[in-house]
Design a binder for this molecule. Sequence first.
Ligand code: NAD
Length: 469
Amino acid sequence: MSFALTIGGKAVPCADSFAVIDPATGAEFAQCPLASVEQLDQAVAAARAAFPGWAATPIERRAEMIHAFADALAAEADELGALLSREQGKPLRAAVGEIHGAIHWTRTTAGFRPAVERIEQADGGRVEIHRKPLGVVGSITPWNFPVMIAIWHVIPALVAGNTVVQKPSPNTPLATLRVVEIAARHLPAGVWNVVTGDIEIGSGIARHPDIDKVVFTGSTPTGRAIMRDGAANLKRLTLELGGNDAAIVLPDADVEAIAPQIFQYAFGNSGQICAAIKRVYVHDSLHDALAEKVAALAAAAKVGPGADPATQYGPLQNRRQFDYVRSLAEDARARGGRFLAGGEPLDGEGYFFPLSVVVDVTDGNRIVDEEQFGPVLPIVRYSDVEDVLARANASENGLGGSVWSSDIGRAAELAQRLECGTAWVNSHSKISPDVPFGGAKQSGIGVEFGLHGLDEYMQLQTVRLPAGA
Ligand code: NAD
């Protein structure tokens, strides 16, 4: 396997490289080229040079090229999925599913058209509101859904007429390098460039005077650093950051029906989903029954290497996350938490942690207050609905939240009182390419997806015309 940067439409080798680790073994399985700061500058220059031509290309033509790229992704979905599974750790089926999800997102987003709005004025004058691309967009992605999130960032930027310099997480760079290599066959040179590296190149993107906007998905501390670094040229920002989503189960919920769903939305991708259920508050009257059912599902789940067809849940993606999740589980136990499933790392090599359910923990415990981003779910008792709403909202995060009940109207009222960007009733985590998604409070700035998401890649321009125009 050999990999290269894509700059100005060409495969570009690097003098340095770094190891990519297989999370199922903890051992290196490939070398990834490491971009230099000069190569970042070259990528930005290529994107800048490509911008006027791409912005002037009719949107229908841009969309055709993006569809051709989607066709090419579909033709290579199995190979890409295998590479993604190897570097990310998720089961092969889930990795191929991620590629197909990325294709679906690409095609839907390619159908979006920015609106021109018109406002009539009392004096007979007319106002038109146009939307124009921003220029060069820097995209910095995390390691949980490397290909999906790369597509979320780049496709709306391109549809809007911008050009892109992307940097994948150094934990999972390889599938993204392949995706951009494929894109380069279908897009004009310099429209989509990719560089690699960690903080030096990431903050180089955030500081770069010739990048107009940064879209970032990752942790809240890194989001803050990007805001600071981007201030020099007042970069536009879309930040999709951490979450600590609460699910509130009301006393009239149907335990049998909801247990498998709570389980699914908490443990998908081994809990490494920004808007997964990260803490479940269950009314006293249902607490024990629900906790037992979710724990039984967790205990029965098959955790293993992504390449094993029997595997349902893969390892944590990297050593740092594995150590962090383990420390949260240890802290929960030390504070009297009782594990109904899991609780200790699995023996052997690799970053395997079983799906774990812990009860007898509460607010003020790290496992409830912090974002675990891994397969350890706290189930917390409550008795008063107003009190539990306050507890759910007592977080610097505000990505998502959900209310579970047999009374949809009542649940919808409570859902609207959650301080979060998306509130679900009787589900969680569900997203769609045409529905805006973003974080309240310190979970982010701006939204992705749909026409609201497209707007984030465009500058509004108000054109005022005189009466009679
Ligand atoms: P991270 O912040 O450590 O890294 C993300 C990316 O930022 C990587 O590409 C990294 O190289 C780069 N980076 C690191 N320091 C940088 C700096 N100073 N300047 C610029 N770039 C820098 O996050 P992670 O550990 O990869 O991802 C996990 C976190 O991401 C979790 O908190 C999770 O909730 C969040 N996340 C959020 C969403 C969402 O949509 N809100 C989606 C997925 C993940």
